[in-house]
Every structure is written in structure tokens, then in C-alpha cells.
Design a binder for this molecule. Structure first.
Ligand code: FAD
Length: 687
């Protein structure tokens, strides 16, 4: 068995009442959730190092806006200097290297999300894009970014008037053969690039997406270009650019999101990322689809890697939020009988509000851990030029999986953060609870890297195509088997709810088979709705738009929940025996908690009649809440980062709630000093 002594023991205190009764060892569950001991060690190394560095000390009061940006930039510089990526990683496999980078990002994210976003865009997204969209001539940018850290980049796609519909971006890059340069231009303010992270104050280069126009006037669509923005020695912006900071946001204010307008700004021809298409010196456009498998691999990489990173970070935010709320609930008492007050965690309502989110935190972690491996292995094979069977179908399937799961996880974490805040009552509203920062810093993930509602439509379209193929008796184009059950359509349609006791529901078989039935029915329902719209004489686009609500609420969400269930179940089956009972309970709790949300559709589709099914599902959820109660504090111990990272007066691992609150109150700068404005407000006019 692995030596886990690198994980510090937890201090004893009031939480021991619950910890002592746990059915498993929390450190072993922590390792099982991380999935890789080297990566877990790396996380702890990062946290230990940063805890000792005063630059990473927490501020009891939010610093002024510019100071937040300065601190974040300095923190990023310091993280670069610490060189957390082991040297040998630069020569390691793509999959291993990417997992290491993702782990570093996650460890930093739980401490200051602004730094991790800065790092993810400025270093990793950019260097990945250079590898997948660029060619040998861009390696110098790659080395300068990832090895020497001389370049801090940004990613400029969104414009003032267009975000989700990227095709209509209006920034142009027109080729001038007389100087062998592209001339980048912004026609007006509506076409200014905006929201670009790192652009406002700090980046040296941007990865710009602009319409490529050749001298014959042909527009070849959006292409990627490396565009220098600032002198790396002085951070002065170059002439021909109008660059500004977007100002204060609701969260992540350490990031300098910026806007930019280009005034006939010239860049060398070679700065076009030319893996898939190039412009010759004399201005001829050439598409070089000589290695389609590599090109598709690159496309897959670009579409999905950033979103997988966001999902991992969502797991971390969700884990932190529920850890604070559960530790609080185990130490906070209200009401009671016979002179003894009751801890909040003993109330079924409180359990019902929180434990489903705790189960989700565990299931999502297992799901994303496993899915990331599948995804990275496939990209690695494809980038290495190995044959991957049905690659283009696999690319589409991965895109559908990511496009449905990113909404599920980001919204899931947001809902949990809000519930955790409320579950801690008034104290949850204190900055020192950290729940406000967790919530507001997490919030923009539902919008960036693809707005959740827009992404989910794309997943819905793919699902409908698979259903239509299955209905017609054709093969389902899903090499990763996420909808393999569609091959069994007739049998699934005939299935029905047959359980009589809650025990029949608390099994993976019941949950998975109910999900399969539900997905089949939702597909049928959405397909029929679409056909009915077409029969009215509407265009395909109009018909699809009229089915949007069905595609998200009633289809894509359920598909994403199903994915999280089948992947996590596979992961649970490989975990050590001691952990299986608690993991299985959390699995069932999550599955039934989600099904409760789909009761309308289960009844609407005729899976059951009468009130029995709803009653049994809800009773089973409540029973499971009560069954996991004795383990739940240890479950959040496995999920939570160390106290320094969690940074919450309510969620410290010693459980000394009121002592920690007192420390937080008393340590605020100037808390007992007379306010500087007391003269203006004293009631007596004599002063
Ligand atoms: C903190 C933050 C950081 C960001 N960082 C970057 C960055 O570094 N680089 C960059 O290029 N961009 C960045 N963005 C921008 C982000 O990618 C866009 O905001 C996002 O793509 C959505 O585009 P939009 O804001 O134009 O919204 P819109 O596309 O205008 O959408 C507005 C709303 O309409 C809905 N909607 C849109 N189309 C449809 C439809 N067909 N049917 C139904 N509903 C629809 C959407 O769901 C959304 O709720 C960032 C944004 C934020 C908040």
C-alpha cells in the first residue's frame, strides 16, 4: 500500500465526533479520487511551497483593483520561477505532460483562480495552439512561452458585437504581397476584440482569430495568427494598437481582461498558424490537408482541452464549497430537545440540501479523471500519427460529451456554491467564509470557452443524429460507446418501472437502466417535435430553434448526467474494497438525486403510472442521506484542500468554528480603531 504520510494529518477537535465513526480512511479516498499518487504529491508540494511564500498570503480585505492585478501577475511570475513542472516532463508523453500541467493548474486554481486562468490562457492554451495549429516555424514562440516564459499570451476571439457566433467576427487580416505581411484591421468599435484575458495590462502576444483575405479580395474565413502586442522588456504596447482594460468585473479581478482595436497593424506572413492552410509569398491561398488524421486531432485538441480543464477546476470549486458547508453543519448547532442542541447536519432538510452536492463532487471527480485519460490517450495517438479507428466520429463524440458535460459541471458547481453559502446562514455571507469568492470566481465558467446554452445545443444535435441512425437501423457513429445502448432501442422502449421497495432503487442497475430508458424517450420526444416543426413547412434551422428547450433541459443534461454515471461507475469498480461501500452509496445518492429532477419526463414518457415511483425515488434519496451521514465529514476531508488553500473561517479542518470566527473578526485591519470619518457622523454638533 502506498505511503500517504505526505498528506498532513487532521487536527483533532469537535469534528472527531463524526470522523471517528467513518467507515473508511479519508487519505485513501483522497488518493482514489486523485487517481495518481505522483500527481497528488505534486499538488501537496505546490501548496506547501506557496504557503511559505508571503506573496501568496490571503488578504482579509479585498485589495484595490489594480493591486489585485499586480499581485496576480507577480504570483504567476513566482510560480514560473518555482518550476513546478519537473524537467523530465518536457520529454514525457503528451498525455503525462498534459496531466501534470492540469494538476498544477488545479492546485493553483484552488488558491487564486485568477492566477490559474492567467496561466492557462497565457501559457498552456497558447503553446498548445502553436503545436496543434502551427508548424515548425512557430516553434520559437512555443519555446519562448513554455520553456523560457518570455511570452505571456492571450486568446483574442470574442468581439464587442459577436461572441457565440464566431463566424461573423469582423477583424480582418489582409495579405500584402509587396511586403510579405498581413495587415490586421478593426473596422469599428463593434469589431474590437474584447474580454481577452491578459490583454488589458500584461500580455506580450495574442493568438488572434481574424478573417483571412488574399490580395484577390477572397475571404477565406477565420484563421489564427500570432500577433505581438507589447515589448516584452518594457510592456509598452506597439504603435498601431489601441488597447485597454475592461475594468471591474463581478469576480476574477486579478485577470486583466482587455479590448483591442488594430489600425492597419502589420505582422509577418509567417505569423499565420499554417498547419491546415497557408498563404504563399505571392498571395496564393493553399489548403494543406495532407494528413487529415493529424489535422482532426488538432481540431479536437483545440475544441476540448480548455473545457476539460474548466471541468476539473469546477470539481475543485464544488469540492471546496461543500467541504466548508459540511464542516460548518457538523459543528453548528441550532434548536434541540432536553437541553441538548442539535448539529445542523442531523436535520434531514440540511442533509437533503447538501449531500447530493457532496455526492456530485465525488462522482464528477471520478468521471473527469477517467474521461481525461480517454481523451488524452486518443489525442496522443492521433498526434503521433497512429491510426485511430473512426477518428472523425470519435472527434464528434468527444465534442458532444464535452459540450454537454461542461454545462453540467459548471452549473453544478455554481448551484452547490450558492447552496453552501445559504447552508452556512449569515456567516456564509462573510468574506472570511470564502464562499462568496468561490462562487463569484467560478461564475464566468458558465460563459467562457463556449456559453453553456450554446454548447449544449451542439451536443443535442449530435445526439439526435445518433438516434435517427439507430431508428433507421443504421450504425450509431459513436466509437467511445457513450450511446451504445441505442442499438437496443426496441427493448429499451418497452421497459417500465417495476420496483417495489427503496432497496430496489439503490442499485447501479436500476439507475443506469432508468437513465437509458429516459434518454431513449427524450430522443424520441425531441425527434418527433423536430419532425412536427418541419412538417409545418419550417426550415431546418427554424425547426431546430423551436426544439432548443427540449434539447437542453430534457436531453443534453440527462446525457451528461448519464456520462458522469457510467464513467464514475467504471472508476469505482477499480477502487480498493474498503472504499467501495461508501462510493457506491454516493453513486446511488447522486443518481437518484438527479432522477428526482427528471420525474416529470419519466411520468410524461410513461415509465410508470401512479405516485409510487416518485415516492420511492424521494424516499430512497432521504434514506441514502441518512446512511452517508456518518461518513460525510470524512468524505469532505478527502475532497477538501488543506486549510491554507480552503481559506475559510467556517470550514477549517479543526472544526473550532467560533474560535476561528473570532480570529477572523479580530484580525481585520483597523477593526477596533475609530473610523476616519467619525467626525462627519457624530450626532452632537459640538464636535
Ligand atoms: C471572465 C471572462 C473571460 C473571458 N475571456 C475571454 C478570452 O480570453 N478570449 C475571448 O476571446 N473571449 C473571452 N471571453 C468571452 C466569452 O468567450 C464570451 O462571452 C462567450 O463566448 C459568449 O459570447 P457573448 O458574451 O458574446 O454572448 P452571446 O453570444 O451574445 O450570448 C448571450 C446569451 O444569448 C444566448 N444565445 C446566443 N446564441 C443563442 C442561440 N442561437 N439560441 C439561444 N440562445 C443563444 C447565450 O446562451 C447567452 O446566454 C470571456 C468572458 C468572460 C466573462
Amino acid at each position: 500500500m502506498e505511503d500517504l504520510s505526505f498528506i498532513p494529518d487532521l487536527p483533532s477537535g469537535p469534528l472527531d465526533v463524526y470522523r471517528n465513526g467513518a467507515s473508511f480512511n479519508w487519505k485513501r479516498l483522497k488518493l482514489a479520487l486523485e487517481g495518481d499518487i505522483d500527481l497528488l504529491k505534486l499538488k501537496y508540494k505546490i501548496w506547501r511551497t506557496l504557503e511559505k511564500d508571503p506573496l501568496f498570503a490571503h488578504h482579509p480585505v479585498t485589495p484595490p483593483l489594480e493591486e489585485q492585478k499586480r499581485i496576480t501577475q507577480l504570483q504567476l511570475k513566482k510560480i514560473n520561477e518555482y518550476k513546478f513542472i519537473p524537467k523530465e516532463m518536457f520529454n514525457a508523453s503528451y498525455s503525462k505532460r498534459t496531466r501534470t500541467i492540469m494538476t498544477i493548474n488545479e492546485a493553483v486554481q484552488s488558491l487564486n483562480p485568477s492566477v490559474s486562468v492567467k496561466m492557462a490562457i497565457g501559457i498552456y492554451l497558447f503553446s498548445n495552439a502553436l503545436l496543434s495549429l502551427g508548424t515548425e516555424r512557430h516553434l520559437k514562440f512555443y519555446e519562448a512561452t513554455i520553456k523560457h516564459r518570455e511570452i505571456l499570451a492571450s486568446f483574442a476571439l470574442t468581439e464587442i458585437a459577436h461572441g457565440s457566433d464566431a463566424r461573423l467576427m469582423r477583424t480582418t487580416a489582409t495579405y500584402d504581397p509587396s511586403t510579405k505581411e498581413f495587415v490586421v484591421h478593426t473596422p469599428d468599435f463593434e469589431a474590437a476584440k474584447c474580454w481577452v484575458g491578459n490583454l488589458g495590462r500584461t500580455c506580450t502576444h495574442t493568438l488572434l482569430f481574424a478573417q483571412l483575405i488574399t490580395p484577390d479580395g477572397t475571404n477565406h474565413g477565420l484563421h489564427g495568427f500570432v500577433v505581438p502586442i507589447r515589448n516584452p522588456d518594457t510592456l509598452e504596447t506597439y504603435p498601431g494598437l489601441t488597447v485597454g482594460d475592461m475594468g471591474e468585473k463581478i469576480g476574477v479581478n486579478g485577470i486583466d481582461n482587455g479590448f483591442i482595436m488594430f489600425n492597419n497593424y502589420r505582422i509577418p506572413r509567417e505569423n499565420l498558424l499554417n498547419r491546415t492552410a497557408d498563404v504563399t509569398e505571392d498571395g496564393t491561398y493553399e489548403s494543406s490537408f495532407s494528413e487529415p488524421s493529424r489535422i482532426l486531432g488538432a481540431a479536437l485538441e483545440n475544441l476540448s482541452a480548455g473545457r476539460i480543464g474548466i471541468m476539473q477546476e469546477s470539481c475543485q470549486s464544488l469540492a471546496s464549497a461543500v467541504s466548508i458547508a459540511v464542516r460548518y453543519a457538523a459543528t453548528r448547532t441550532q434548536f434541540g430537545e432536553r437541553g441538548r442542541e442539535t448539529p445542523l447536519i442531523e436535520y434531514p432538510l440540511h442533509q437533503w440540501r447538501l449531500f447530493g452536492h457532496v455526492a456530485a463532487a465525488v462522482i464528477y471527480r471520478l468521471y473527469i479523471g477517467k474521461f481525461t485519460y480517454v481523451y488524452l490517450n486518443m489525442v496522443e495517438k492521433s498526434n503521433a500519427g497512429h491510426r485511430v479507428d473512426n477518428l472523425s466520429e470519435a472527434v464528434s463524440e468527444i465534442h458532444a460529451m464535452v459540450s454537454s458535460s461542461k454545462p453540467l459541471l459548471t452549473w453544478g458547481a455554481l448551484r452547490a456554491a450558492q447552496q453552501a453559502r445559504e447552508a452556512c446562514g449569515g456567516h456564509g455571507y462573510l468574506k472570511s467564509s470564502n464562499l462568496g469568492d468561490i462562487r463569484s470566481n467560478h461564475e464566468p465558467t458558465v460563459t467562457y470557452e463556449g456559453d453553456n446554452n450554446v454548447l449544449s445545443q451542439q451536443a443535442g444535435n449530435w445526439l439526435l443524429r445518433q438516434y435517427e441512425a439507430a431508428r433507421a437501423g443504421a450504425d450509431v457513429d459513436a466509437p467511445l460507446a457513450s450511446v451504445a445502448f441505442l442499438r437496443d432501442l426496441p427493448r429499451l422502449r418497452a421497459a417500465a418501472f417495476r420496483a417495489a421497495r427503496t432497496a430496489d432503487l439503490k442499485t447501479p442497475d436500476f439507475i443506469i437502466s432508468t437513465y437509458r430508458w429516459l434518454l431513449c424517450w427524450l430522443l424520441k420526444h425531441t425527434h418527433e417535435k423536430n419532425e412536427a416543426e418541419l412538417a409545418k413547412g419550417l426550415t431546418k434551422v427554424q425547426a431546430r430553434n423551436n426544439c432548443q428547450v427540449y434539447r437542453w433541459k430534457n436531453l443534453t443534461k440527462v446525457y451528461a448526467e448519464y456520462l458522469s454515471l457510467i464513467f464514475s461507475l467504471e472508476a469505482i469498480e477499480t477502487k480498493e474494497k474498503e472504499l467501495q461501500p461508501v462510493l457506491m452509496k454516493l453513486f446511488c445518492l447522486y443518481g437518484l438525486w438527479c432522477l428526482d429532477d427528471s420525474l416529470v419526463e419519466l411520468y410524461q414518457g410513461g415509465y410508470s403510472k401512479g405516485e409510487e415511483m416518485a415516492r420511492l425515488i424521494r424516499d430512497a434519496v432521504l434514506e441514502l442521506c441518512s446512511e452517508v451521514k456518518g461518513d460525510i465529514v470524512s468524505v469532505v476531508d478527502s475532497l477538501a484542500p488543506p486549510d491554507f488553500v480552503l481559506n475559510s473561517a467556517l470550514g477549517k479542518s479543526d472544526g473550532k468554528l467560533y474560535q476561528n470566527l473570532q480570529k477572523a473578526f479580530f484580525s481585520q485591519p483597523g477593526v477596533f480603531e475609530r473610523t476616519p470619518w467619525w467626525r462627519d457622523v457624530v450626532p452632537s454638533s459640538k464636535l
